[in-house]
Design a protein around this ligand. Sequence first.
Ligand SMILES: O=C(O)c1ccccc1NCC(=O)[C@H](O)[C@H](O)COP(=O)(O)O
Length: 249
Amino acid sequence: MNAEGELAPAVQSILRDVRSRTTPDERVSVDARSFSDAIARTESNGVPVVAEVKPTSPTTDGNRTDDPVELAKKMVEGGAAALSVLTEPEHFGGSPENLRRIREAVSVPVLRKDFILEEAQLDAVEADLVLLIARFVGDLSKLVASARERGFQVLVEVHTLDELETALDSGAKIVGVNNRDLGKLEVSLDTFESVAPEVPDNVTLVAESGIATPDDARRMREAGADALLVGSAIMDGDVAENTRRLVSA
Ligand SMILES: O=C(O)c1ccccc1NCC(=O)[C@H](O)[C@H](O)COP(=O)(O)O
């Protein structure tokens, strides 16, 4: 794990809050909806998009206060293959309860987007996939195994080739390359293009962050993305139409 001094202040604050939150006593057991099946179902009609319910963020102006379940349903109506739901409350306006309600209301797989550092955090809510960020997790192999024991599929997020190596060593079968550098919060689609060629073919590859237009979507697909994770560009305006535009890219 990187020294926290190298992280943007907002990210340092997120990690401090995560550590101060209480964790549940009871272990979850999940019957997960398959992410690879959801991608395969979408492939014949369009681009597999993981649409993110992201009410706000450290880099977003304002807070979208619509009912998250209504937003999620509109994303599915727009053709989203899967959903990502922020459960971090202080900096992203999310909650485990939002995810629980959304997962009950839709039939596509739902990713829990949070900053999970230790095993007990996995038990906050059931989801089909959980995100583990290679940069922040001390023993990634152990946490991947703990998540799988509970039935979760695991999306391991990387930003560099070194982190990709750590992810693959941990046995990750789904890898997300985050175009957002959590050190500086700068976004560049070049990141995905530089890391993707080193990802083995048998790994499901997700391009994350900074995808705003159909051109961006095509660019990420040409660079090897099996799916695209999109937050801000979908949340800003008509979420069904925004999702549809990227799915039809
Ligand atoms: O989005 C942020 O401002 C942010 C700040 C600090 C840490 C993480 C952050 N984002 C988390 C994400 O992974 C994104 O929500 C996700 O990849 C979607 O990105 P985008 O399409 O650019 O909204």
